[in-house]
Design a protein around this ligand. Sequence first.
Ligand SMILES: [Zn+2]
Length: 304
Amino acid sequence: MSDLPFLAHRETYRRLDQMRLAGRLPHGLIFLGPEGVGKRLVARHLAKALLCEKESEAPCGACRSCQQAATDQHPDLWSLEPEGGRIKIDAIRELKKSLNLPPLVSKLRVVLIAEAHALNAAAANALLKTLEEPPPATYFLLASHAAGWVPRTILSRCQKVRFSPLPDSALAEILRAQGKALDPSRLRLAHGSARLALLLSEAPEEWPDLERLWGEAEPLGLDEAYALGQSLNEAERLTPYLESLLLESHRRLCAEASPERRFALLTFAERILEFRREMRQNANPKLHLPRLLMFFKEPLESRL
Ligand SMILES: [Zn+2]
């Protein structure tokens, strides 16, 4: 198990692997936790172990099954990915057709749905019966960073496995392995997400530390906010910052007791979401970013 995101999930994986070896692994599992912490990697690793020709010390990485799984060519490994943001009923129908037949090369079959929140209502309904009474030797490994969007009926039929944010030390190690680095203050802004840490490590140097946007120590000046807006050519590069801001608002919201300040934080989160929508519709970040940044300039209490 050399994949780095496993560093923080070693214990979780060990428990799952023990259940696999003892033949007690539930046929429906859902991995829940923040985005970018390694849920998909752990699910794929477990899928490979289930399909591997060896039983102990699986996945061996060497057998035909492991090699096919590594290149996404394994005929008994189904991976349902959203198309246009949703997993639709046609994909489930196609899957169900194959479930009527025995596995093709392995003793069992694995269905991976890494973004279970993308199942639309019809697809979820179609999948439900299969999850309730899975065909023999079929395992469903689902994952989601948005548990609230996963149909409740699906959630209730899977055993839940919780994934926590990665500690900063694990993030630093993941970055190091890819020849990247982030100073500790920026690393903290990844909020335990390896994906976000990697995105932040590629963010433009000229961007100020996000800590400053919260205006506690050395607030960002208005001129600086405008200059920053002007320096951006691609809205795309803003994504990791907006995500960090949202996560930070959420973190503060959870810790905040005062109703007024909670309302202010919610308003702020809404502004970020609105800004993100505008950027997706190809709005010009040079015009819109200063407006968002100016919002930081106001003391929190007056952001109502
Ligand atoms: Zn193998």
